[in-house]
Design a protein around this ligand. Structure first.
Ligand code: GDP
Ligand code: K
Ligand code: MG
Length: 302
């Protein structure tokens, strides 16, 4: 029997949703960073095995947010839930073992709305590699089971790939029968050029300090596979909402932008399996996070 299903990955920012998806796909599809809200759009990853195909819907973290863009982030998480066959809720076990009160603040509010969506719920108790006192884990799991009686619990480390096979088996138990929908070498339902723009955004996140990356967006202006036989030529624009940020992104004598560009070029080349020539530009566009037309153009709004 062949199975096909959509699996929503939800949970607070930084729980490890994007990391888990990338671990399953063995390739970087979703951007990962230690900063919350790195995942803006809903990104899907396709896992194809001999007898199943799973579409993982990676979502932005569910938390209280303000502003138009942020409302979109929240909506996209709930939409993923609505179109899924099963939901995996990720949580950072190390965080809640150290600060139990955060469990009530961040996870308890999810129980009712997620359970009411009527999908099977698997809770991936993540980052167990970081739980220092291992004997904390069992009482913690017991507390979780009390909080979320309808859920199944699987301790994992998404980063180290521990417990992830077990989690996958449990996911497959809840995956309906269905035919393979995508070719086996396709890793995402999202176009490559969008994935490339996400890679550039990831490098921005790593290289910029504080709040700055949240006011940036990346648009691929040109994706040329024909002009040059040996490589793909890509032109991308980094938009920022403030003039003062432009200089920070570019850095002294362009050093920062150059570093972002060379790191992104490597990852994009790996993603598409071809050499890449990448040009990055920085443009100021004031108020873009509140501009519905521009957000739509970036795929950040309906
Ligand atoms: P998301 O916001 O839920 O998508 O979380 P990310 O996947 O972006 O991960 C947030 C941070 O947690 C990153 O720095 C990851 O490397 C880290 N992380 C994710 N899973 C694990 C894990 O199992 N163990 C450890 N130690 N770190 C993890
Ligand atoms: K993150
Ligand atoms: Mg993410």
């Amino acid at each position: 029997m062949h199975k096909f299903g959509m699996i929503a990955l939800i949970g607070p920012p930084n729980a490890g949703k994007s990391t888990l998806m990338n671990t399953y796909l063995g390739q970087k599809v979703a951007i990962v960073s230690p900063k919350p809200q790195t995942t803006r759009n809903r990104i899907s990853g396709i896992l194809t095995t001999d007898d199943a195909q799973l579409i993982f819907l990676d979502t932005p973290g569910i938390h209280r947010l303000r502003g138009k863009m942020n409302r979109f982030l929240l909506e996209s998480a709930w939409n993923a839930l609505a179109s899924s066959d099963a939901v995996v809720v990720l949580l950072d076990a190390a965080l809640y073992c150290a600060k139990p009160h955060l469990l009530d603040k961040e996870i308890a509010p999810l129980v009712k709305p997620v359970s009411e969506a009527g999908r099977p719920v698997l809770v991936a108790v993540n980052k167990i590699d970081r739980v220092k006192e291992k004997d904390q884990l069992l009482p913690f799991m017991a507390k979780l089971a009390e909080l979320w009686p309808e859920a199944e619990f699987v301790p994992v480390s998404a980063l180290k790939g521990k417990g992830t096979d077990e989690l996958l088996e449990r996911i497959l138990e809840h995956t309906p029968e269905g035919p393979q929908m995508f070719p086996e070498d396709q890793i995402s339902t999202v176009p490559l050029r969008f994935m490339a723009s996400e890679i550039i955004r990831e490098k921005l996140f790593y290289s910029l300090r504080q709040e700055l990356p949240y006011s940036t967006a990346v648009e691929i202006e040109e994706w040329d596979e024909k002009s040059r036989e040996d490589m793909v030529v890509i032109n991308a624009v980094i938009y920022t909402s403030r003039k003062s940020h432009k200089g920070m992104i570019i850095g002294k004598q362009g050093a920062n932008l150059k570093a972002i560009g060379s790191q992104a070029r490597k990852d994009i080349a790996e993603l598409i399996g071809r050499k890449v020539h990448l040009e990055l530009w920085v443009k100021v566009r004031e108020g873009w996070t509140e501009d519905p037309g521009f957000l739509r153009a970036l795929g950040l709004g309906e």
